[in-house]
Ligand binder design. Structure first.
Ligand SMILES: Cc1cc2nc3c(=O)[nH]c(=O)nc-3n(C[C@H](O)[C@H](O)[C@H](O)COP(=O)(O)OP(=O)(O)OC[C@H]3O[C@@H](n4cnc5c(N)ncnc54)[C@H](O)[C@@H]3O)c2cc1C
Length: 358
């Protein structure tokens, strides 16, 4: 069976490794002259790495034991969860080498420009046949366009800055509308941090000033788009399937893409001769739960007053203490009481995002 994967990002390479484990040797086509990361905060839950048939340990820049959700006014919720921040370009290159060592093929400078029936055309004019075609070509996917799959996206901007992170043991998420319609983040690496947000660089500069980080040397500046429609569209048609950002797979409540890719690529590899089954199983998986999309939209529409109250709701409540103290706090804020149903959806989405989306 000739399986062609378009894109040597996380979705393409992780799917290739899962296929190789099943004895299928795919060809991965990458348009760039080298394998390298697109813009990314590089963070994900530690548990997902062990689900890739590859040793990711050498590529972990920093391990942390939790995620801190910080609200206007400074109140925060701390969620215990082992997470990592990767050196993503090195990680991708390591996986690409493993794909080749195990008998897969990687072709660089190979941009797919169109699909015509059972063959694809590359930018260099070459036509290539396939039995199964996998679109892992990111948010601007040409395969998604061919399948007439449309989704909305947000813009995200990020600096990698020099920073002493020795005292940081959490991924930090800042929910504050002065800076982002979604959230801003600080993800620590060794001696550096990825600082970014949903929004443009003017907002990111304002966030850096607010955090007193605006004098830190900037090591890298990058931006990208993140599909935020959730998994409502098509994932497969005949002998073609989409995965990763090409399929709008990022979790719309957390805007993270890596964990969904790892979970979906197992399903894709085990259904490679039954792509309808792949689509059905992913759509029934928690990564496709509509609550994630609803929760993401509600969070985007909360204003800073709501977010401040949510912060007060979390303040001082210890992990595992139960919800009673929190419910008493909600009762103090009539504006939140009116939004109780929305809060429930956000809570469910946030919990699912932490369980499956990070
Ligand atoms: C600023 C920012 C921060 C983020 N932070 C995080 C985070 O901390 N954690 C997290 O989980 N997610 C994060 N995400 C989302 C995450 O980066 C993406 O979900 C993930 O990169 C998607 O992987 P992918 O393989 O689907 O696509 P990509 O990473 O976009 O890879 C696609 C690959 O396909 C290649 N390609 C594209 N078109 C073609 C073509 N026509 N022919 C051949 N090759 C092609 C590209 O060159 C690329 O190598 C972030 C996104 C952004 C923008």
């Amino acid at each position: 069976m000739k399986v062609v994967i378009v894109g040597a990002g996380p979705a393409g390479l992780i799917t290739a490794l899962n296929l190789l484990q099943r004895g299928i040797k795919p060809l991965v086509l990458e348009k760039q002259p080298e394998v390298r990361s697109t813009a990314c905060g590089e963070a994900l839950g530690l548990r997902w790495l062990s689900e890739i048939p590859f040793d990711s340990n050498p590529y972990i820049a920093k391990r942390v034991t939790g995620a801190k959700l910080i609200f206007p006014g400074g109140n925060f919720d701390h969620i215990a969860k082992e997470c990592v921040v990767l050196n993503r370009t090195d990680w991708l290159r390591g996986m690409a080498e493993e794909v080749k060592e195990k008998g897969g093929r990687l072709s660089l400078n190979s941009e797919v420009i169109s699909v015509e029936g059972d063959s694809i055309r590359l930018k260099n004019g070459q036509d290539m046949g396939y039995d199964i075609l996998i679109g892992a070509d990111g948010p601007g996917s040409c395969l998604a366009r061919y399948l007439d799959m449309r989704y909305s996206s947000i813009v995200a901007s990020q600096y990698k800055i020099t920073l002493d992170t020795s005292g940081m043991d959490s991924l930090e998420f800042y929910f504050d509308k002065r800076f982002s319609f979604g959230y801003a983040w600080i993800f620590p690496k060794e001696g550096a941090a990825n600082v970014g947000l949903g929004g443009d660089f003017a907002h990111l500069d304002a966030f850096l000033r607010y955090k007193g980080l605006d004098r830190q040397p900037i090591l890298r500046k990058e931006a990208g788009i993140i599909p935020n429609s959730g998994l409502s569209g098509k994932l497969a048609q005949q002998n073609m399937a989409l995965i990763g950002d090409a399929a709008s797979m990022p979790n719309p409540a957390g805007l993270s893409g890596l964990s969904s890719i790892i979970q979906a690529s197992h399903i894709l590899a085990s259904n490679i001769d039954n792509l309808e089954g792949y689509q059905r199983q992913v759509k029934n998986h928690p990564i496709a739960d509509p609550a994630l999309l609803r929760g993401g939209h509600i969070m985007m529409n909360f204003n800073n007053r709501d977010l401040t109250h949510i912060g007060e709701f979390f303040a001082g409540v210890k992990e595992g203490e139960g919800h009673a103290p929190r419910v008493r706090r909600i009762a103090k804020h009539p504006s939140l009481l009116l939004k109780l149903n929305k809060l429930r959806t956000v809570y469910k989405a946030g919990k699912m995002a932490m369980d499956y989306g990070w």
